[in-house]
Design a protein around this ligand. Structure first.
Ligand code: SF4
Length: 366
């Protein structure tokens, strides 16, 4: 297809989305497979236009507090918190009330909308640990304006999801991580279907879903496209896009990084596929995008994970806030509005745990 026709097709799809249309897979895949730098920049400009149309100039901010680190039984190959890999990641049990409370206070000071309570473990069952989790959520809720979210792994029953809702939880982070086809390539201790089941329990309980994935693990562009289509199907309110930051000691330690333009293109494609949702750039942003970080908003991102990630460092919050001001964007201190009906914040974890973000773990997930 010549350059003019490519331009026209991107513009036609952009107008279709602005008019409230939905992308079919062949059109979505066409966007994911754009190669030429000029075409990608055209796509980014449409991603920006779609973001502005549905989200205005508000940028939703999230942060996380790692409530339990390391020694996870699962084998997600991007994750430094798996007990199966030798990494330098700290290990500690479920935290006391004080560190959680401090994280909530700091988030309040910085105007962060939501703080996600993240734990590196397989998941949450009924019992004393669920009681503790519910206590922390209730305490955070009573503390102030920052909404407590959680990303605590697989949920084994409807009762557990209902308890979280009763404790005051509004949003749960649980990444799908990748396409269903690619999932067994990076995890064999649980399945894509397990993650979908957890999301169903949460939705049934009336909890909003923060769910995204990690890119740069060796998946194909079609896998990224299928991930985005699955996230649209489950109705994720917040969609964290984590970019693999290979951690020494994990199976993906030597994975080639994705080129920045490929990352920006992926963000724009997610915006085209889920135009009204919060597309949030989470783990791996700083290390993979470097000086191009500010272009995530031009690509269509409407949310940002700020503060440190689960196992890696982010740039200071003040620097992110300055970046937003310089771009004429407005950090969203209020409850966000998805343009449709739902809204949420996210509690991610580095692409682990079962949650949402991953600086891949600069990230979040579980
Ligand atoms: S991503 Fe989550 S479930 Fe997987 S190993 Fe890491 S902490 Fe465990």
């Amino acid at each position: 297809m010549n350059a003019e026709l490519v331009d026209e097709r991107i513009a036609a799809l952009g107008r279709h989305v602005l008019d409230g249309g939905t992308l079919e897979k062949d059109d979505a895949l066409f966007l994911f497979e754009l190669e030429n730098s000029a075409d990608i920049h055209t796509l980014l400009s449409w991603g920006n236009r779609i973001r502005e149309h549905f989200k205005g100039n508000k940028i939703h901010l999230c942060s996380i507090v790692n409530a339990k680190a390391g020694a996870c039984s699962e084998n997600c190959s991007f994750c430094s918190q798996s007990a199966l890999y030798q990494t330098d990641t700290p290990r500690y049990g479920f935290v006391d009330p004080e560190p959680v409370s401090e994280a909530g206070e700091e988030a309040n000071r910085n105007g962060v909308t939501a703080v996600g309570l993240v734990a590196a473990w397989r998941g949450l069952k009924e019992g004393p640990m669920l009681d503790e989790v519910c206590d922390r959520i209730t305490e955070m809720k009573e503390q102030g304006q920052t909404r407590p979210d959680a990303s605590l792994g697989l949920i084994e029953s409807q009762e557990v999801a209902n308890r979280l809702k009763e404790a005051g939880l509004e949003c749960y982070g649980h990444n799908l991580e990748s396409s269903e086809r690619f999932f067994p390539e990076h995890c064999s201790t649980h399945t894509f279907a397990d993650r979908l089941r957890t999301i169903e329990f949460l939705k049934n309980a009336g909890i909003k879903i923060c769910s995204g994935g990690i890119i740069g693990m060796g998946e194909s562009r079609e896998d990224r496209c299928d991930l985005a289509l699955s996230l649209r199907k489950v109705g994720a309110s917040v969609v964290p896009v984590n970019i693999l930051n290979p951690i020494p000691g994990t199976p993906l330690e030597n994975q080639e990084p994705l080129p920045p333009l490929e990352i920006l293109k992926t963000i724009a494609c997610f915006r085209f596929i889920m135009p009204t949702k919060e597309i949030m750039v989470a783990g791996g942003r700083t290390v993979n995008l470097r000086d191009l970080q500010c272009m995530i908003f031009q690509a269509g991102a409407s949310a940002l994970m700020v503060g440190n990630y689960l196992t890696t460092l982010n740039q200071p919050v003040e620097k992110d806030l300055q970046m937003l001001r310089d771009l004429g964007l407005d950090p969203d201190w209020e409850e966000f509005d998805e343009g449709e009906a739902d809204g949420c914040g996210c509690g991610e974890k580095e692409s682990c745990d079962t949650s949402g973000a991953t600086e891949a773990t600069e990230t979040v997930t579980a």
